[in-house]
Ligand binder design. Structure first.
Ligand SMILES: Cc1ncc(COP(=O)(O)O)c(C=O)c1O
Ligand SMILES: [Zn+2]
Length: 400
């Protein structure tokens, strides 16, 4: 694991304004998630007419102009990025796809794309004056945030998780990172985290609604677009929980188009497991919002990282991304998920988790049905691999 590094390019500076997508409210300095005026989602918009991609091994510098940083002096890179883009020839041949590309995000320090999220989100929070915050997740985000913060002694992190996800949180035992385990599922843990944050006057970092997270996840795509060039993806596929990674992909596409680094608009596919597929069901019911019948009250499924039964808050964003790009939502069975994982291992030597396998299985299914045509350039984000299930040692139990 690479130690957190401060930037070597401290002269970079720019104005960074958090802007509400609904009412246009602007927040220049504080950390907010939802708009304080109308509760809309906030985004950071950049001056794309002047933006460049720098030749620097640190992705936070490389894409500084497309990241929510005011300066390069306070950046906490945890060594993520520069992951392989694999042209999966064998697997593609079996699926009838000549140009199947797998972005191998399992090569990140903690084996998931969430390391990119943590590097950007922790730097973003620090630059907005946050010194202590609360997070909850199904394991990968919390692990990445925990690893990142464990190397930044001036920041304190409180991680909440449900009991079923405890062995997926793999963080070092350090003074400034605490783990709280609730006797609830993942959604219950998020509620306990929000309560703890409110009781202690701390920011709850916001998950999907933290623009720092989405901007970090965007980098896997910008890097993949650069690796693919001069080809461009016709289709982009990712497994979704809240969809923040896919939102990042969409924003990255739009920014690269404005900068002239991409010309086309890939169809974006959001992939779910059939046993927990609320967004897939809502989309195919032509629903603009998640309705009660779409919610999975007790989410179960083999792809643990994406077991979100109630994506009410982020679904409208994902729906508009899919509609804007003529993409789709797909859902796959446990058998299809396991088969995709097996094929990736046997044919490409790739070790991926069952959530990543949901993306691959959905791709194979869309190729079978003809939705993806044989010669299209397909980019699948292999978002993570399993870590050894080692629960953290220092845990506070929280009862609901
Ligand atoms: C391996 C993996 N894939 C995909 C996702 C989907 O995340 P999201 O839709 O919130 O970007 C996650 C989220 O935890 C993950 O850990
Ligand atoms: Zn607003």
């Amino acid at each position: 694991m690479t130690a957190a590094m401060t930037s070597l390019a401290p002269s970079l500076r720019k104005d960074v304004v958090l802007e509400c997508r609904v009412c246009g409210f602007e927040e220049p300095t504080r950390f907010v998630t939802r708009c304080p005026r109308c509760a809309g989602a906030t985004d950071v918009l950049y001056d794309l007419s002047r933006a460049t991609v720098r030749d620097d091994p640190n992705p936070l510098i490389r894409w500084f102009d497309l990241l929510p940083f005011a300066d390069a002096e306070q950046l906490y890179w945890m060594g993520d990025g520069d992951t392989p883009l694999v042209h999966a020839r064998e697997l593609g041949a079996r699926a009838g796809l000549t140009q199947l590309y797998l972005k191998d995000e399992t090569a990140n320090p903690s084996r998931s794309a969430k390391d990119r999220m943590a590097s950007v989100a922790v730097s973003f929070l620090a630059q907005r004056g946050v010194r202590e915050f609360v997070v909850s997740s199904t394991g990968n985000s919390s692990t990445s945030m925990g690893l990142s913060v464990s190397r930044v002694p001036e920041i304190t992190l409180h991680i909440f998780c449900g009991a079923d996800f405890l062995d997926r949180v793999n963080v070092p035992d350090t003074r400034n990172v605490s783990v709280y385990c609730t006797d609830t599922d993942f959604v219950g843990a998020a509620k306990a985290a929000a309560r703890f944050a409110a009781d202690n006057g701390l920011p709850f970092e916001g998950g999907f609604f933290n623009p720092g997270r989405r901007e970090g996840l965007k980098l896997a795509y910008l890097e993949a677009f650069d690796q693919l060039a001069p080809r461009e993806p016709d289709v982009v596929v990712q497994a979704i929980s809240s969809g923040m990674g896919v939102y990042g992909a969409y924003k990255g596409v739009m920014e690269y188009r404005a900068m002239g680094r991409l010309r086309g608009l890939p169809r974006i596919v959001c992939a779910q497991q059939q046993r927990c597929a609320p967004m897939y069901r809502a989309f195919h019911d032509d629903a603009e919002t998640i309705r009660p019948e779409h919610i999975e009250k007790k989410p179960r499924g083999v792809a643990k990282a994406i077991l979100r039964g109630d994506p009410t808050d982020s679904y409208p964003f994902m729906r508009s991304v899919v509609l804007d790009t003529a993409g789709t939502f797909e859902a796959v069975s446990d058998d299809e998920i396991h088969a995709a994982q097996h094929q990736a291992r046997e044919l490409e030597g790739l070790d991926m988790c069952l959530s990543s396998s949901v993306a691959l299985a959905s791709t194979l299914k869309l190729a079978r049905t003809g939705w993806i045509r044989p010669d299209e350039v397909v980019l699948v984000n292999i978002t993570g691999a399993d870590r050894p299930p080692v629960p953290p040692t220092n845990i506070t139990r929280v009862t609901s």
